[in-house]
Write a protein that binds this ligand. Structure first.
Ligand code: ATP
Ligand code: LTN
Length: 340
């Protein structure tokens, strides 16, 4: 029998958990706010990532398109550099502990807390004909995702901060009643790219569900399309490339260029001094095209390798199931469920 060795706290590699919904196209916002960090953190941490398909049915999905979107998202994240030799990468609905844990946590989440979530308020306005219980309870499923793996850190864009805060509150409440069960996770929010704004209305976040296709850039958009969208981006009438109040459009483009190239806003301002917005928009477009080009090429290869993709997501689900079952069992035991 193998001896079980538990690493002392200082040697333990910290655990990261994150997920993205496969609802339609993955945008430049998703990439800069979340995905690019997933990739970067893989060497230093024990990373666990998922395609959050259970979350996606909180809004109505067309069955055929949904299935394709799930597979596309899996392949796209691999193309972005998620590495299944280093990280655990799976599809949420393949691991039943998520739905089970979510039910349990629902019973430790208050109606008032969920009512205050801004995403719920936004989405119930947008989908007024389908304000379902799943949309309301979305954050407790997200809490289940995170807490099942005893995650230390959760890389997310700024818009998910409120949900993470709620996950922490749920965990603390549960621990308070039953003793230490869940690790309390911290957010990992990038300093640049955390909030990429719409190219058409830079006061709102870039969102893949925006009906105006010029508002967002998809990671898989063709170069000509990306260039066209940046050329049409809304700016201001001042014609000066610098960060400033009332310059949300330019601030956003500077943020994007900075996130894509690693240059600071000051360096960008200096570089474009005395040059017009036309030049600047072209430069941002070109930088984005170059950053996304290898991802698109790799995606085109991977999406044809169906057997390889299946092998990878099955492997991921098996490992995820094993790890998460332990936490679910622990929590249910504490509540007093009778084991089978
Ligand atoms: P939807 O438009 O359907 O609300 P979304 O584009 O917000 O979807 P999600 O699946 O909800 O996408 O988010 C996936 C990840 O991408 C999250 O970590 C989220 O914080 C991040 N993210 C989403 N939009 C942006 C954005 N505009 N800027 C930076 N990060 C973002
Ligand atoms: N709700 C998240 C997606 C998501 C997630 C998670 C993010 C589902 N489960 C767990 C971090 C951790 C969103 O980005 N909209």
């Amino acid at each position: 029998m193998a001896e079980q060795i538990t690493a002392p706290e200082a040697e333990r590699k910290k655990t990261i958990f994150s997920a993205i919904q496969p609802s339609g196209t993955i945008t430049l916002g998703n990439y800069l706010g979340a995905l690019s960090n997933w990739v970067r953190l893989q060497d230093e941490y024990r990373c666990i990532y998922a395609v959050a398909d259970l979350h996606a049915i909180t809004v109505r999905q067309d069955p055929k398109a949904f299935k394709q979107n799930i597979l596309n998202a899996y392949a796209l994240f691999l193309a972005c550099g998620v590495d299944t030799d280093k990280s655990i990468f799976f599809i949420q609905s393949h691991v039943p502990t998520h739905a089970q844990m979510a039910w349990v946590l629902n019973c430790y989440t208050q109606f008032g807390e969920l009512s205050r979530m801004t995403q719920f308020k936004d989405k119930s306005q947008k989908h007024a004909d389908n304000v379902n219980a799943g949309l309301f309870a979305y954050p407790s499923l997200m809490a289940a995702d995170i807490l099942l793996y005893q995650a230390d850190l959760v890389p997310i864009g700024a818009d998910q901060k409120q949900h993470l805060e709620l996950a922490r509150n749920i965990a603390e409440r549960f621990n308070g009643v039953y003793g230490n069960t869940f690790r309390i996770p911290d957010g990992y929010i990038p300093t640049v790219g955390a909030r990429v704004m719409s190219l058409q209305d830079p006061t709102r976040k870039m969102s893949k569900s925006d009906e105006n296709v010029n508002a967002w850039v998809a990671v898989l958009d063709k170069p000509e399309v990306i260039m066209k969208k940046f050329k049409r981006a809304v700016t201001d009438s001042e014609a000066r490339v610098c960060v400033g109040e009332g310059k949300e459009g330019i601030n956003n483009l500077i943020g994007i260029l900075s996130a894509v190239t690693g240059k600071t806003a000051e360096e960008i301002t200096l570089e474009f001094e005395g040059r017009g917005y036309g030049d600047f928009k072209t430069a941002v477009g070109e930088a984005v095209v170059e950053r996304l080009r290898p991802i698109r090429e790799r995606f085109d290869e991977l999406i044809g390798e169906r057997a390889y993709l299946e092998e990878q997501y099955r492997k991921g689900a098996e490992t995820a199931q094993m790890i998460s079952q332990r936490t679910l069992d622990k929590a249910m035991k504490k509540i007093g469920f009778l084991p089978r």
